[in-house]
Design a binder for this molecule. Structure first.
Ligand code: NAD
Length: 265
């Protein structure tokens, strides 16, 4: 695996959660500076202190706060090389046929949190001469999740965001990728843990997911969405192509230039 350049600076949103901690520990062994951004709590500050990582307060749904955090990282560490946009929540448990509040809350954190994070990080990555954005999506972004439609929409939106942004970022030497883990052993699955254990259903370790996040940074293919599943590892999802339009004479229609980002014209 290509190792990251020692001294690189990484932002990890949701950095004190299960994946964030596992990734931060790995990055530290590679001489990368992981800056952990998370909601403000004594517990979160302590997690960062225990790992020996800088902590910054961030609610990813706050657009201005995302920009402030990136500014603070550049001011304190000189640069930003990679943004792991990883903060996320699951929807609330509810008996409602459709819980709109849950839907909106999840989309705000899991989709708009990613979009604001990327918008804030991109200028800093440009100033660094290039870099990477790695979005923690989910398997639920590639297949429907009937128990939590908001989560599925947010993660699916995050995958679509990554795929749509990739071509326009390539010219700036910025790679954007998504990772799509199945269920993994972190706090987010606490409400389901017993049922998984009883059913003998395999879950990923946070360490396995952190390996995939690291690989997505150092050797990820622009626009790729990496599925991470127990016993399989990280594999790029092969999207089935959408059938192309055909012209009146039956030939495949050529996409007009206006539909390509400026950097690809
Ligand atoms: N564990 C799984 O089964 C699993 C599977 C697929 C994807 N994911 C995704 O992985 C990511 C990391 O989750 P995890 O499994 O480490 O769970 P986790 O609950 O341990 O970590 C999530 C972190 O996000 C933070 N966070 C929540 N809302 C935030 C906000 N508004 N602003 C900033 N930080 C916020 C939390 O404080 C927490 O530290 C999430 O995006 C999650 O949806 C998890």
């Amino acid at each position: 695996m290509t190792a990251p350049t020692p001294g690189s600076v990484a932002l990890i949103t949701g950095g004190t959660g299960g994946f964030g901690r596992a990734l931060a520990a790995k990055l530290k062994t590679l001489d990368v500076v992981p800056v952990l951004a998370d909601l403000d709590s004594a517990r979160n500050r302590q997690v960062a202190a225990d790992l020996g990582c800088p902590f910054v307060v961030l609610d990813v749904t706050d657009r201005a706060a995302n920009e402030a955090v990136v500014g603070q990282i550049e001011a304190e560490h000189g640069r930003l090389d990679v943004a792991f946009l990883n903060a996320g929540i699951a929807g609330f448990d509810s008996d409602a046929l459709f819980d709109l509040e849950s839907f909106l809350t999840v989309v705000d954190v899991d989709l708009f949190g990613v979009v604001y994070g990327a918008a804030a990080a991109l200028p800093a990555l440009q100033r660094a001469g290039g870099g990477a954005v790695v979005v923690t999506a989910s398997l639920a972004g590639l297949s429907p999740m009937a128990t939590d439609p908001g989560y599925s929409v947010a993660k699916g939106g995050a995958v679509a965001f990554v795929r749509s942004m990739a071509p326009r970022l390539a010219a700036e030497n910025i790679t954007i990728t998504a990772i799509c883990p199945g269920f993994a052993d972190t706090a987010i699955i606490d409400p389901l843990r017993e049922e998984f254990e009883e059913a003998g259903f395999p879950v990923l370790s946070a360490d396995e997911v952190a390996d995939a996040m690291l690989a997505a940074w150092t050797q990820g293919e622009a626009g790729a969405a990496y599925i991470v599943q127990p016993g399989i590892g990280a594999v790029p999802y092969r999207f089935k192509g959408v059938p192309s339009a055909k012209t009146a004479t039956g030939e495949i229609a050529v996409v007009p230039e206006a539909l390509r980002p400026p950097s690809m014209r």
